[in-house]
Structure formats: structure tokens, C-alpha cells
Write a protein that binds this ligand. Structure first.
Ligand code: NDP
Length: 253
């Protein structure tokens, strides 16, 4: 049974977690095409190296998730390449975290708007834009999955709880709010779209060593991404709308 399907789009695929998704998914035989979204593909050296290793399987596509015309162009490009095929997996991975947004004392309007635009609004807009291709996969009785990369910091219940006490990452008001709001969308969309055959989940990947996570993070991409993909590969329609960790366990809202 297909775990991921043939055609995949990942946003923010030029570095960090997004790039690791490209690297791991490229190894899967069932995967035919990975559209690796990047704001500046011409500067994405690591991604270009990967493209060379998997010619025809990985292709970068210019995709600035904050820019509607970039999203439309990316959609038209993917649609033209896919012809009669659908999109089987969309990973809304692009995201930002600004340390000025850590505390409510310092969080200003501009930081809120920037962060919500990338982390929350863009996940909705990109999902809506690519919905026709995700629906096409359903029509063909294929897998159709959306993975919204969320965060443990989106869990309102545990905010200022284990993270503070455990000496790990501190709450970040702006970032946490943006991901909690994204989780709301995932829930609302996922429950409705499950009736149409689409699975949408929000996944907290763990604290990972990337530019965003920093070098003190507890996990490497190689420790987290295979676990996430195992979880994604096992998703069933009744999982749509859930907020899970990399192992597929529920994270408290
Ligand atoms: P990085 O900072 O390493 O990478 C962020 C990625 O998002 C980059 O590819 C960046 O592109 C892209 N991006 C940012 N803004 C845009 C935009 N407007 N359009 C397109 N791409 C954009 O972060 P991570 O890899 O660590 O994070 C990936 C996801 O995982 C994020 O959603 C993050 O919130 C989430 N996450 C990360 C955790 C961690 O510990 N690392 C923990 C929990 C969640 P560019 O190079 O052009 O800036």
C-alpha cells in the first residue's frame, strides 16, 4: 500500500527540516516527483546538490509562501508537470521564529504580522491553492495528505510548563500563538476534508538542530524526520484533523 504516493510538494525545502524531508522522501521508490519549494532556488546550494543526485525526481520550484503570485505560478508549474496526475502529499513546512517575539513585553505588531503571515496564513493559502491537485489524487483513489509542521510550543495546555521546568526551550508568545492558530485550521479543515478523502494533520517534529532550532536542540533531523515519515506513512482517514508528535501520539491542544 502506498505510504506517500508519487507526487509531493514541500515548502521551505532549501534548508533545515524541509531539506531533510526532500532527502528522505527521494529514497522512496514509490515517489516519482518531489517539488521542492524555495524562495530563492537559485541560491539553494544544498538543494541543488540533491537535485543532481536524483535528476528528474527532485525539482526545485520558486515558492514564496507569503506571495500570492508566487503561489499561483508554483501551482501552474506543478499542474503542468503533473498533467493528468494529482498531488499526493503537501508538506507545509516553511516557518519563521523571531526571538523578539518570545515575551509579550517585546512582541510588537510587526513581529506578530510577519510570523502569522508565514506560519499561519500561508499554510491556509498554500493548502487552498493546491487543493484541486490534492482532490485529483482522491478522485484517482490515491493517497492525499497534508502535513502542517506545527510545534510543541503550540500546545496551550503545556505552555510555560514542561519546557520551562525542564530547562529546554522557553515559550515564545508570537511563534506559539501562530502555530496554535495553524492547528485550529488543521483541525477545522481536516475534519471537513476527511469526508472528501483528504487527510490533514499537524505534526510537532520535536526540538531539532537547524538554523531555527539551534545547535543545542535535542534532536538531529536524522533522528526526527524518519519518525515523522513513519507516522505520515501510517496515517488513516480517521486521523485527519489530529495534532500529533513525530511518533503519531496526540499532543495536547
Ligand atoms: P529553518 O529556519 O532552518 O528553515 C525555515 C525554512 O522556511 C527555510 O527553508 C526558509 O526559507 C523557509 N521560509 C521562511 N519564510 C518563507 C517564505 N516566506 N516562503 C518560503 N519559505 C520560507 O527552520 P526549520 O527547518 O527548523 O523549521 C521548519 C519548520 O519546522 C518550521 O515551520 C518550524 O516552525 C517548524 N519547527 C521547527 C522546530 C525546530 O526545533 N527546528 C521545532 C518545531 C517546529 P529561506 O531559506 O528562504 O529563509
Amino acid at each position: 500500500m502506498a505510504k506517500f504516493g508519487a507526487n509531493i510538494l514541500i515548502t521551505g525545502a532549501n534548508r533545515g527540516i524541509g531539506l531533510a524531508f526532500v532527502r528522505y522522501l527521494a529514497k522512496e521508490n514509490e515517489v516519482k516527483r518531489i517539488f521542492a519549494g524555495a524562495r530563492n532556488p537559485q541560491n539553494a546550494q544544498d538543494l541543488q546538490e540533491l537535485e543532481k543526485l536524483y535528476p528528474g525526481k527532485i525539482s526545485s520550484v520558486q515558492l514564496d509562501v507569503q506571495n500570492d503570485s508566487s503561489i499561483e505560478s508554483a501551482y501552474n508549474h506543478v499542474k503542468n508537470v503533473l498533467k493528468d496526475e494529482g498531488l499526493n502529499l503537501l508538506i507545509n513546512n516553511a516557518g519563521i521564529l523571531e526571538w523578539t517575539g518570545s515575551s509579550y513585553e517585546n512582541a510588537d505588531r510587526a513581529t506578530f504580522l510577519r510570523t502569522f503571515d508565514v506560519n499561519t496564513v500561508s499554510s491556509v493559502v498554500v493548502t487552498k491553492a493546491f487543493l484541486p491537485l490534492l482532490s485529483k489524487a482522491v478522485q484517482k483513489k490515491e493517497r492525499s495528505v497534508i502535513v502542517n509542521i506545527s510545534s510543541g510550543l503550540a500546545s496551550i495546555k503545556t505552555t510555560a510548563g514542561p519546557y520551562n521546568r525542564g530547562g529546554g526551550i522557553e515559550p515564545n508568545v508570537v511563534y506559539g500563538m501562530s502555530k496554535a492558530a495553524m492547528n485550529y485550521f488543521n483541525r477545522a479543515f481536516g475534519v471537513v476534508e476527511a469526508k472528501n478523502g483528504i487527510i490533514s494533520v499537524a505534526v510537532a517534529p520535536g526540538w531539532i538542530q537547524t538554523d531555527m532550532g539551534g545547535s543545542n536542540a535535542s534532536l538531529t533531523v536524522d533522528e526526527s524526520i524518519p519518525e515523522i515519515l513513519k507516522t505520515v506513512g501510517n496515517l488513516k482517514i480517521e486521523d485527519s484533523g489530529r495534532f500529533v508528535d513525530r511518533f503519531g501520539q496526540d499532543v495536547e491542544y
